[in-house]
Write a protein that binds this ligand. Structure first.
Ligand SMILES: Cc1cc2nc3c(=O)[nH]c(=O)nc-3n(C[C@H](O)[C@H](O)[C@H](O)COP(=O)(O)O)c2cc1C
Ligand code: SF4
Ligand code: SF4
Length: 313
């Protein structure tokens, strides 16, 4: 390899060709880093996912060089101390709040990094999710320099038909390119929140009666039921980040604290998992828009979700 500053005419022509190609690639939006700017910093990205949106975004932000770590696996292994040049986190908002496991993780973690960024995925209404994360992470001693959101397919089955959601253009590539650029430049920025968005979140909390210090943490046996179209494939036992499902002599057993991430109901190949109706009609009351439509991000495989969430082995 040529390491000194003098280059031959042939090398110079080769480099000009490479520069032209990389310029074309960058302007086409395919890559945010050209070959001349390969990232040397150590970057770690944590993620939590039920249906793959957040894993997809985490992967895109990671590129070839970052370490991608699943929060359910870190919790399972009891790993909370991390050091890198840049540390990121990607998670889905649930009622504008982080999943309970993500909240607990950031409260316990010791993250040492020169730059910290968070990207929150959502489907329709983010409200003050950015401020909620800023508050939780700051109180935990893990303040983030950059907090942004990206709109994706909304996997909230009670209100949305997955078949309709996947048809909607949510401008994901353009938004991803903007966020990638921000993060690569180490931009210090929190996405602005309006007073109207704060008010909408307050109304949501009043209606759902969720505890703001917890968010969604339900009981899986009260939320889900398995119908007799179940074929005992065991997928639900591997995709649950809480390990709430087990195959037993009577079929499938469900119990335990539930993140309400929908990894189980969305990934069951038989659509055998259904929402259970609550006895008093309280939220969430088991209804869904289209029980025949299920969703997993098109760039993420079932194996990816199992690897991210499996608690069984
Ligand atoms: C329990 C739950 C609550 C949700 N709450 C919101 C919400 O308040 N606002 C919103 O826009 N999307 C909401 N969503 C949609 C997800 O945030 C969105 O689809 C996300 O990208 C899913 O990420 P994942 O595929 O990584 O699990 C909710 C989804 C679930 C399962
Ligand atoms: S994923 Fe569905 S079909 Fe497979 S064991 Fe679980 S409930 Fe049954
Ligand atoms: S039971 Fe289903 S919704 Fe609850 S944590 Fe497990 S996979 Fe997620």
């Amino acid at each position: 390899m040529n390491t000194d500053c003098k280059i031959s005419r042939r090398d110079a022509l080769k480099r000009m060709g490479a520069a032209l190609i990389s310029g074309a690639v960058a302007s086409s939006g395919l890559l945010s880093l050209t070959s001349c700017e390969v990232r040397k910093n150590k970057r770690i990205i944590f993620y939590f996912t039920g249906t793959g949106n957040s894993l997809y975004i985490a992967r895109q932000l990671a590129g070839a060089n970052a370490e991608l770590l699943s929060i359910p696996q870190m919790v399972k292994q009891g790993r909370y101390d991390f050091e890198a040049d840049e540390i990121g986190i990607v998670y889905p908002i649930y009622g504008h709040m982080p999943p309970y496991m993500v909240r607990r993780f950031i409260q316990q973690a010791k993250l040492k990094a020169g730059y910290k960024f968070a990207v929150l995925t959502y489907g329709a209404r983010k409200c003050d999710a950015v401020e909620i994360w800023d508050d939780i992470s700051r109180k935990a001693g893990n303040a983030f320099d950059y907090i942004g959101t990206i709109v994706m397919v909304d996997n909230w089955l009670p209100n949305f038909d997955m078949n309709e959601q996947i048809k909607m253009d949510k401008h994901i590539p353009e938004n991803l390119q903007r966020i990638t650029g921000d993060i690569d430049e180490r931009r210090h920025w929190h996405e602005p929140v309006t007073e109207e968005e704060r008010q909408m979140h307050r109304e949501f909390m009043r209606w759902t009666k969720l505890d703001p210090e917890v968010g969604f943490l339900l009981k899986s046996e009260k939320c889900f039921t398995v119908t007799d179209v179940c074929i005992g494939c065991g997928i639900c036992t591997n995709v649950c980040p809480r390990g709430n499902y087990e195959l037993n002599a009577r079929g499938v057993g469900i119990s335990g604290d539930c993140e309400f991430c929908f990894a189980c109901i969305q990934n069951c190949p038989q659509r055998a998992i259904r929402f259970r109706k609550s006895e008093d009609g309280s939220f969430p009351n088991g209804t869904e828009v289209n029980p025949d439509a299920r969703y997993r991000n098109e760039h993420v495989s079932l194996m990816d979700i199992k690897r991210a969430n499996n608690q069984k082995s």
